[in-house]
Write a protein that binds this ligand. Structure first.
Ligand code: NDP
Length: 282
């Protein structure tokens, strides 16, 4: 039978988490600063803990999902955490996750950090990616979605989460760039989206091979050289400008390639640009 769980924080996400646990048959204790928000969940079978202390003593895993990390620290600052297993699914960055792990462990908790890459309505389905990092879990959060444990470093879940945002916004901006360009020729967004999707899927297929080059630190031009790509980048900049479409993103792309070419990497393959991304701290 599913193990008992406790959910602290019943905002849009916390409520979805508690509901998914209930649906999967977990005995579920809930607590929220504003207790009235627990009403619907109690009607669905959740137990409302009268106090935070009571919620933390309910046993099993305690899930925390609040607005941000400062809210988590504020809420649990005076609470007894000795012997609890805390899974913090609040969004934040990796430094906050690592600091909070140290903070919680000092106070006797076993701490896992997590991130949710999903909207509340997809919680409980395979579409919901639940990322965990920290000690290897000996409990099952499968009721929430597709759970992956990324490693012992508690910052990893937040890092993957934020890296995923870079992927998401880059793809969306690239698509909008092309959409704006095609619209000038009377092509509607839906028509271009079919073509854009093919490109995105095709490029995604290059990632494993390109990742091997990055991991080896060697970038032979097997498909094309960066200086060939840079000529196409110039077309993208010029075409955007000629059409009156914002050229900021194309210029950024080209500027990075130009820097790598100036540093002598024009004959190497695209992923050599990893060095430009890594340079920011130098
Ligand atoms: P909501 O604004 O709906 O809920 C916020 C929750 O935090 C409420 O339960 C609120 O309590 C509680 N809270 C805030 N400050 C405090 C505090 N100082 N002490 C105690 N409780 C506090 O946010 P969501 O549920 O949407 O988001 C929660 C987390 O989940 C965020 O980190 C968000 O980034 C993440 N997330 C959300 C997604 C979404 O689509 N909604 C998607 C992916 C991640 P009260 O009810 O009393 O105000």
């Amino acid at each position: 039978t599913p193990a008992p769980v406790t959910v602290l924080g019943l905002g849009l996400m916390g409520t979805a988490l508690a509901r998914a646990f209930l649906k999967a048959g977990h005995p579920t204790t809930v607590w929220n600063r504003t207790a009235t928000k627990a009403g619907p969940l109690v009607a669905e079978g959740a137990r409302l803990a009268p106090t935070l202390g009571d919620a933390l003593e309910a046993g099993g895993v305690t899930i925390v999902c609040l607005t941000d990390y400062p809210a988590v620290r504020e809420l649990l600052g005076d609470a007894g955490l000795e012997g609890t297993t805390l899974v913090n699914l609040t969004s934040g960055d990796s430094a906050q996750a690592r600091e909070t792990a140290v903070w919680a462990e000092k106070r006797g908790a076993r701490y896992l950090d997590g991130a949710i890459m999903a909207i509340p309505s997809s919680i409980g389905t395979d579409e919901a990616a639940i990322l965990l990092s920290g000690p290897r879990p000996d409990f099952d959060l499968g009721a929430l979605g597709a759970v992956s444990h990324l490693g012992e470093d508690p910052g990893l879940a937040s890092l993957y989460d934020v890296a995923g945002l870079a992927m998401m916004w880059s793809i969306l901006n690239a698509w909008l760039q092309g959409t704006a360009m095609l619209k000038t020729a009377g092509v509607d967004a839906a028509t271009y989206a079919v073509f854009a999707r093919q490109i995105a899927v095709g490029v995604a297929g290059w990632l494993p091979g390109y990742a091997e080059q990055v991991d080896r630190g060697s970038f032979p031009a097997e498909v094309s050289a960066l200086e060939t790509d840079a000529r196409a980048m110039a077309h993208l900049v010029e075409e955007s400008e000629a059409l009156g479409v914002d050229a900021g993103l194309p210029k950024l792309i080209k500027a990075m390639a130009d820097r790598a070419i100036a540093a002598g990497h024009g004959g190497e393959q695209y992923p050599v640009l990893i060095r430009e991304f890594e340079r920011a701290g130098e």
